[in-house]
Design a protein around this ligand. Structure first.
Ligand code: XIL
Length: 302
């Protein structure tokens, strides 16, 4: 059956999109986002370089715009992201040791406190693994080994005890070295009593490359008592038809709805007009806001 909007069918799981207020002057962008989705993730506006471009000078204007948009339209908010190797301002990259540690804790505490009570889930740590499951060399790992992870989650939990706290990564959708490295880490964190509640699977994918073991992989994580979510879904057309792309979207939604403990799917921008995937038509709506077959496929799979 054809419901009017995606969110009308999104009862078991939420359906979200990344948004940026830099496109809010585009009326169609706002109206489709508000009509179709019941969750949003700030595409860049809650990242460290956006909120604290120089030390102690917090700039929450654009993040606030998104929080207000979500509240006006009945959308959940996924906060993204607190500790990452990328989009870190230059002043942080010059620090090390105890000073860096305190700056990390202060950043987390300030941002999470500001939005306390408004955020469904925070991506506390983003992209900390290499493809083989070893730890990425980053300012965080190089200074603190894996201890930064427990410390970051603990600081976030202290600032907003009601938010679900996630670790998030890409290329972890199948059972592979990277996802197994992550599984081992979260198992250890849980056994240490670290307040971690969820794992985010970015799912930047391509038609013809949707892992057949996606649901089985998600279930390795829910078996630990964690919730899971698809957090940044887009599917490059990869030379295939729009119908094949729609089928690929269906596969991903089905993997989530068939996994008890998979709470939602977020698309990393709904329109090709503004997608970070600039050239391979990875979104459900095209660059002129025409719905592709993926839209009704998602609607029916929800
Ligand atoms: C991307 C944004 O979409 C771009 O606008 C920005 O230039 C770079 O970051 N993994 C993530 C997201 O966790 O934050 C990234 O977002 C895409 C990959």
């Amino acid at each position: 059956s054809i419901a009017a909007h995606l969110k009308d069918n999104a009862n078991q799981i939420y359906i979200g999109t990344a948004l940026s207020p830099s496109h809010f002057s585009d009326a169609q962008y706002q109206s489709i986002a508000a009509a179709e989705f019941n969750s949003l993730t700030p595409e860049n506006e809650m990242k460290w370089d956006a909120v604290e471009p120089s030390q102690g000078n917090y700039n929450y204007g654009q993040a606030d715009q998104l929080v207000q948009f979500a509240q006006q339209n009945g959308m959940k908010i996924r906060g993204h992201t607190l500790v990452w190797h990328s989009q870190v301002p230059g002043w942080v990259n010059g620090l090390s040791g105890d000073t860096l540690h305190q700056v990390m804790i202060d950043h987390i505490t300030n941002e999470v406190t500001r939005y306390k009570g408004s955020i469904y889930a925070w991506d506390v740590v983003n992209e900390m693994f290499n493809e083989d499951g070893s730890y990425r060399q980053s300012i965080w790992y190089n200074n603190f080994q894996t201890q930064f992870v427990a410390d970051a989650f603990t600081a976030a939990a202290a600032a907003d005890p009601g938010a679900k706290l996630y670790i998030n990564d890409y290329n972890i959708e199948s059972i592979n070295g990277k996802s197994t490295g992550l599984l081992n880490l979260v198992t250890q964190l849980k056994s240490q009593g670290v307040p971690i509640h969820g794992v985010g699977f970015q799912a930047h994918l391509a038609v013809g490359q949707i892992p057949s073991d996606l649901a089985a992989n998600l279930q390795r994580f829910t078996a630990l008592g964690l919730e899971v979510a698809i957090t940044e879904l887009d599917i490059k057309q990869n030379g295939q038809s729009q119908d094949a792309q729609a089928q690929a979207y269906t596969q991903v939604i089905n993997a989530c709805t068939s996994t008890s403990g998979c709470v939602g799917v977020t698309i990393w921008g709904f329109t090709d007009k503004y997608s970070w995937i600039s050239s391979d038509n990875a979104c459900p709506w095209d660059g002129n806001y025409q719905a592709k077959p993926a839209v009704s496929a998602i609607e029916q799979a929800l």
